[in-house]
Write a protein that binds this ligand. Structure first.
Ligand code: 1GP
Length: 247
């Protein structure tokens, strides 16, 4: 089954999904694999591999190879550039940072990566990526003009544009490690206006936030940092996954 079909099936009928982001730069491949396995045991539905500063493919290759040995859920590349396209993943978010001021982030890196993705036979999942304040590292590196937290209408405009451009998913990103996630009011406002699945991530560390965002209309909740800071991933991530899925 294609990964996009897997995602669409998982969220059919208003069901929710949780994905775990692992930054291959933060630990050795065997530790990324342990985190992924424990995240799967906690109920996460897919592993995303990426990070704002990951610079080379070897790091991504090694992490994905190690992870694929121990999990059965899909592994999706969450790229920061065309330099991290790995043949070992199940799919790649073919994403455009829509509110970047840098054309490289909007379409340049995508043009560089497209032929390579085709050659590898990797499944591209078209996604509109929108940075919300504070945006953190990805906002800075991506040269985004982050959407103000009190301007849901700007988020709607970009999200709808993504849908009209044919993108299959829309991602509202507050930035990894953000002190606060995307405001639930913004999630609710965007959800009301678009028909494609909505992903929300950045700064979600408490089950309450996961459940609030899920209830506001996020179809997919992404967490990253939490698995790097807690002792017991199964227990702590489990609570977030449950909150996201059964809000
Ligand atoms: C980053 O949204 C993800 O792209 C995850 O953010 O690390 O804050 O969970 P956190």
């Amino acid at each position: 089954m294609k990964v996009l079909d897997y995602i669409l099936k998982k969220i059919e009928g208003g069901k929710k999904m949780h994905m775990t982001l692992i930054d291959p730069e933060d630990q050795k491949p065997e530790d990324s694999a342990r985190i992924a396995r424990e995240a799967e045991q906690a109920g996460t539905d897919a592993i995303m591999i990426g990070g704002s500063t990951v610079a080379n493919r070897n790091m991504v290759d090694s992490a994905i190879k190690a992870i694929k040995k121990v999990v059965s859920i899909p592994v999706i590349i969450f790229p920061n550039s065309a330099n991290v396209i790995s043949p070992y993943a199940d799919a790649i978010y073919f994403m455009s940072l829509l509110n970047s001021r840098d054309v490289e982030m909007v379409i340049g890196q995508q043009a560089k990566g497209a032929i390579w993705i085709k050659k590898l036979g990797l499944e591209p999942i078209p996604m509109g990526y929108i940075i919300i304040e504070p945006g953190m590292t990805v906002g800075k590196i991506g040269k985004a003009s982050p959407i103000p937290r009190d301007k849901p209408e700007f988020a709607i405009a970009y999200a709808l544009a993504a849908q009209y451009l044919g993108m299959k998913l829309v991602y509202l990103e507050a930035g990894s490690g953000a002190p606060k996630p995307v405001p639930p009011e913004m999630v609710q406002a965007v959800r009301k206006e678009i028909d494609v699945p909505l992903i929300v991530g950045g700064g979600i560390r408490e089950p309450e936030n996961a459940s609030r965002l899920s209830r506001a209309g996020a179809d997919i909740i992404v967490t990253g940092t939490i698995v790097e800071i807690v002792e017991d991933i199964k227990e702590e991530l489990g609570k977030i996954v449950e909150a996201a899925k059964y809000a």
